[in-house]
Design a protein around this ligand. Structure first.
Ligand code: UDP
Length: 416
């Protein structure tokens, strides 16, 4: 009998696992580009190791890039309490909240970046600087292509704040924004790349019934009533109080539990204050569960998302909202604030609902709780939508493509 040839995967280690999950064309392009950049240095810098979407993405992305043969590095800037106080104010004001940032505060922001520039090895072929905290590092650029990657909604910043930050941003070779309307006017290349989730991470991989029950048991969360869930840092832009108000409206008609799950981010000094406000507002309703989870609670969050009947991301401002794609990937209908990157993910009436108010959120929660067929259909639509658009392979494809385009600027033939 003729011996069958061994099946050889057409894809590199690291991509193989995504066959049958991610769109094949993304894998093909990544492989091509990774071959071009093999052995080259790709440095990412942000301001926290855990908590929030940027850290979530980087953890996984660096591992995949490394397996693809790219010399990927992830560095985190260090700062004192004053620095993170200032950067939170900058963050808030870029998202439209009025804040005062004095000349002295900008100077401190710069000085801390200067210290980090002395401490960190900034030598790389491509450097992606994430968000405003480390933006001034570009002043210490030696070589390579420097790209500022903005994850937040800066479509309507407070007056003056963007002007000061822009002095640094102009020194980059290119910028990346998550949504086209965030892209400020700049005299440099601007790319639009939405973030994405890692389908094989503990946060998003399939879980068995046993794993889900074990995780919920650990959290002391009964499953006797439908669960309404929001997973978010305790931040006013995530509107946790609005979520409780919507739950209270729903509760008059539908028995249910509300779970607000959030862990602290080291670069967010306001979270304790917001958490206290949330606890106070929740009062002693035994069906409201405010869970403060350690940063490593990926399986717990995965289990909560899988156990929930409805998932909310009722943000008032949102760069992208990874939690929306995370929930859709688990086949859940999602109700999201119609802001920032959320409308990129939720197709209203197809994968979930976009809402503009507490009443709207309550109405849509009830609609989903009362219509399990519709909820199931929306969940299935959402999972497919995420598969095509919001998996990490697509984001890696796009980052490598930007790097490639920047290195080949002005050449008449671009060979992929
Ligand atoms: N997250 C988490 N634990 C929490 C709250 C959030 O692991 O207690 C994760 C969440 O699953 C998501 C990320 O942090 O992956 C939040 O990203 P998103 O884009 O939704 O919001 P950001 O915090 O970046 O504003």
């Amino acid at each position: 009998m003729e011996k069958q040839a061994d099946t050889v995967s057409p894809f590199k280690l690291g991509l193989e696992n995504y066959i049958g999950i991610s769109p094949k064309i993304d894998l093909v392009i990544i492989q091509k580009l990774a071959d071009r950049f093999a052995g080259q240095q790709f440095l990412h810098i942000n301001s926290t190791k855990s908590g929030g979407g940027v850290a979530e993405i980087l953890q996984r992305m660096i591992a995949i890039l490394t397996r693809l043969g790219i010399n990927a590095r992830w560095e985190i800037i260090e700062g004192d309490a004053r620095f993170f106080d200032i950067t939170k104010k900058i963050h808030n004001s870029l998202q439209g909240m009025p804040e005062q940032i004095s000349e002295d505060m900008w100077q401190h922001h710069f000085e801390i970046n200067k210290k980090n520039a002395e401490r960190l090895n900034l030598d790389a072929d491509a450097v992606l600087i994430h968000d405003p905290q480390p933006a001034p590092l570009v002043e210490f650029k030696k070589n390579g292509t420097w790209i500022w990657r903005c994850h937040i909604d800066i479509s309507n910043p407070s007056a003056g704040i963007w002007g000061s930050l822009k002095d640094h941003i102009k020194k980059y070779d290119a910028t990346i924004f998550s949504v086209s309307k965030f892209a400020r006017k700049l005299p440099l290349d601007r790319f639009i790349i939405p973030p994405a989730i890692a389908p094989l991470s503990d946060k998003n991989r399939e879980l068995s019934g046993d794993e889900i029950n074990k995780a919920l048991g650990k959290l002391n969360l009964p499953t006797d009533k439908p669960i309404i869930l929001q997973v978010s840092r305790f931040d006013r832009f995530k509107d946790p109080i609005g979520v409780i108000k919507a739950y209270k409206l729903v509760k008059k008609y539908n028995d249910c539990r509300l779970v607000l799950a959030g862990s602290p981010a080291t670069d967010d000094p306001e979270s304790d204050m917001v958490l206290n406000e949330v606890k106070e507002y929740a009062g002693n309703d035994p069906d409201i569960h405010i869970l403060q989870l350690p940063a490593s609670s990926n399986i717990e969050i995965n289990a909560l998302q899988r156990a929930a009947a409805v998932i909310l991301q009722k943000s008032l401002k949102e760069g992208f909202g990874l939690t929306v794609s995370e929930a859709m990937w688990k086949g859940k209908p999602v109700i999201g604030g119609a802001t920032g990157g959320i409308p990129l993910q939720i197709i209203h009436g197809v994968t979930g609902f976009l809402v503009h108010s507490i009443d709207g959120a309550a109405f849509r929660i009830r609609q989903i709780l009362n219509n399990s067929e519709m909820a199931k259909r929306m969940g299935e639509n959402g999972r497919e939508y995420v598969r095509k658009n919001f998996l990490i392979t697509r984001q890696i494809r796009d980052y490598l493509a930007v790097w490639y385009i920047m290195e080949n600027k002005g050449k008449s033939i671009i060979e992929f």
